[in-house]
Write a protein that binds this ligand. Structure first.
Ligand SMILES: *Cc1c(COP(=O)(O)O)cnc(C)c1O
Length: 391
């Protein structure tokens, strides 16, 4: 019998092209000759070599997110935290100082508190709603300031304009994690950000079935350093996840509009209910930074909403158990509404005093509003509240 080669087939040729991106799971890419490899490495021809270094599905997705953020050459990575790591660990070095908002995403906070200091990078955490607090923390060796426009879980609004002006004046990089707000809420490059990053896992991808990140810098040399660091440390995204996210992105604008509209309506509804102590939503007039939310977000409050009920942990248990159909899960940006209870999840490591200081009590919930009928959501929340009042 004639021995057959392992991979003789190749892809069937077609004069027509697929309208949906194919998934390219290949880890390796074969070249025709050493000369061809030379032209690829020397930038005269474009091509892939090894998936950790880059693959078509990551590039297709990266160009889509680039377009949304008004960026060029952004990099898709294996998670939002991979993007945070690419910025903090890929661009800083021992002796540098980094300032972060004190309400950053939990794992970002952990990297700031535990990992950077271990590597000789000093960090300060400050209240990003006040530019004076950022200014007071600046040092000659400050390399960058990392903020989220809308904070977790109290949805406070960073003074992006003031911080951007300060960073520009002092030659410090401004990094914005735009996961919560999304490019339909704000495009941070247009407000002075030097670097923007995303957990694509959340609203951009939107279906809680892909873990991905994206990062881009205004200065292509910085983006390139992050890309090289990511390739070296293996922060690469899976082709299948990238393909899922590309599919999710096709409906991002529709999902955003629907979720935002419902979040606003749910916020107004909750504010009028017995047993609700307060509602936090960026476009509500009683939001602590209502004027800033208006000027920065121009009425786009987004899909996240927080509220506090009376009755402490017992009421919180009753609410979560009764509001069936709302996944009690610490994530956001899913097609379905999810409910998170920071005191028992994202913020459980803090002392009760520290939680109280930031306004996170046992009755505090954060809601990521999904695509359900708003009336059905309100009815479910009303049932939860009734149970909480009886608890
Ligand atoms: C989820 C999230 C991250 C981390 O993203 P992963 O994809 O889970 O690694 C970072 N920042 C913010 C604001 C997030 O919500």
């Amino acid at each position: 019998m004639k021995p057959t080669l392992q991979r003789p087939a190749g892809w069937p040729l077609s004069v027509s092209t697929p309208v949906v991106s194919p998934i390219a799971p290949s880890v390796v890419y074969a070249s025709r000759s050493p000369d061809e490899l030379d032209s690829q490495y020397e930038g005269r021809a474009s091509g892939y070599t090894y998936a950790r270094e880059g693959h078509p599905n990551a590039d297709v997705l990266a160009r889509r997110v680039d377009a949304l953020e008004g960026a060029t050459g952004g990099v898709v990575l294996g998670s939002g935290m991979a993007a945070v790591a690419a910025v903090l660990l890929g661009l800083c070095q021992s002796g540098d100082h980094v300032i972060g908002a004190d309400q950053l995403y939990g794992r970002s906070l952990r990297m700031m508190k535990e990992d950077l200091p271990r590597l000789g990078i000093a960090t300060s955490l400050v209240d990003a709603t006040r530019t004076e607090a950022v200014a007071a923390a600046l040092r000659p060796e400050t390399r960058m300031v990392l903020v989220e426009v809308v904070s977790n879980p109290t949805l406070r609004i960073a003074d992006l304009t003031g911080i951007a002006a300060l960073c520009a004046e002092r030659g410090v990089l401004l990094v914005v994690d735009n996961t919560f707000t999304t490019p339909l809420g704000i495009r941070p490059f247009e407000h002075g950000a030097d670097i923007v990053l995303h957990s694509v896992t959340k609203l951009l991808s939107g279906h809680s079935d892909a873990t991905l990140g994206w990062v881009a810098a205004k200065d292509p040399a910085l983006t390139d350093r992050m890309r090289v660091f990511a390739v070296t440390t293996g922060l690469t995204a899976s082709p299948f996840d990238c393909w899922l996210a590309e599919r999710g992105l096709a409906t991002f604008a529709l999902r955003y509009a629907r979720a935002q509209d419902s979040a606003q309506r749910l916020g107004d509804f909750l504010a009028g209910q017995d047993g609700v102590r307060r509602v936090l939503y960026p476009t509500r007039p009683d939001h602590p930074e209502a004027a800033r939310a208006q000027s920065l977000l121009q009425g786009r409050g987004g899909h996240l909403l927080s509220f506090e009920i009376e009755g402490g942990r017992a009421a919180a248990n009753a609410f979560a158990e009764t509001a069936k159909g709302i996944a009690f899960a610490p994530t956001l940006g899913d097609v379905g509404t999810t409910l998170s209870h920071p005191a028992s999840s994202s913020h459980r490591a803090l002392t009760a005093e520290a939680r109280t200081a930031m306004g996170v009590s046992e009755g505090f919930f954060r809601v990521s509003v999904g695509l359900e009928e708003p009336e059905a959501l309100m009815a479910t929340f009303a049932e939860g509240l009734a149970a909480a009042r009886d608890a």
